[in-house]
Design a protein around this ligand. Sequence first.
Ligand code: GLN
Length: 384
Amino acid sequence: MKSAWIPQSKLPNVGTTIFTVIGQLAEEHHALNLSQGAPNFACDPKLVEAASRAMRAGHNQYSPMSGVVALREALAIKTEKLYGAKYDPGTEVTVVASASEGLYASISALVHPGDEVIYFEPSFDSYAPIVQLQGATPVAIKLSSETFQIDWDEVAAKITPKTRMILINTPHNPSGSAFTAHDIERLTALTRDTQIIVLSDEVYEHVVFDGALHHSMARHPQLAERSVIVSSFGKSYHVTGWRVGFCLAPAELTAEIRKVHQFMTFSADTPMQIAFAEALGDESSYLGLGPFYQRKRDLLAKALAGSRFELLPSAGSFFMLARFGAFSEESDSDFVLRLIREARVATIPLSAFYTDGTDNRVIRLSFAKDDDTLLEGARRLCSI
Ligand code: GLN
């Protein structure tokens, strides 16, 4: 149908998200999908049983706006046990319909027109558009193209009186890098005595490798008092389609976030929340996730050892980067298209995570896949 009028776009430079574009191409070409950070294997059947049981028991109406009480309580207990911070389930824990909603609600609630939000590229693709939609300015700082670490001197130089928020993500999508004690020290010093809010995307909080510590903002009291932590059950329980996430933040920040959340989705899916409350009672349900994905990371890396790619280290998340510049002059987008068509394996070009399209001839591989897919994907990548 033809539109009666053509609206002025609020996001003129944004197209369809890369995950959808590549997913469709992968389907068309019957390619193996190592692109999206979503498991292709089943979750624990007990989780499905718990959600089904909740449905059968009639828990099919709206949950409380801020989330099922038992789930908020379980989250508060888990956060204190793991990170030592006390969040009041009544006023400081909010269940949202996906981490994506949590990010949107937090930015929308706390960032005003004219504010600046510092974030780091390559970055997950929703950050900058959400900031723009508030009439605020996203200020991108590039991570080192070698180590994907933050240059804190550059952050110091880019902070202005208009800086309202610094948006971080650890473990990091798409690079697999993770915060160290040094990052925490610098972030703490730079935000001390300012009105800067830290929005911390920690959806991969349990996917940390090699025995390292996840540096949640909740571990560091001086950061926790100015932070909104956004995390997700989808990544931790292999159910990205269930769309349940949560926000942890001091009461004054939470009150503002809830004002937006109540008008975005009002509440998240009730039966799923009940199932997650039950699952959180068993700490092995999330504590085993690091070793689980580390094995997959290592399986993929080993299977690619004979390939022409240069693999970059991954300290956490579902992702590993691979350089191909040593054997191809193609842009990363062209290269990814060729991989889909010729090798029939789908990956994501790293340039998709830069607003200026920076292309260092790198692709992102997701190892959140069953072992057969990883091994077959690697075999196909070795043919290139
Ligand atoms: N977070 C996942 C990724 O980076 C999927 C995001 C999405 O499909 N919207 O691949």
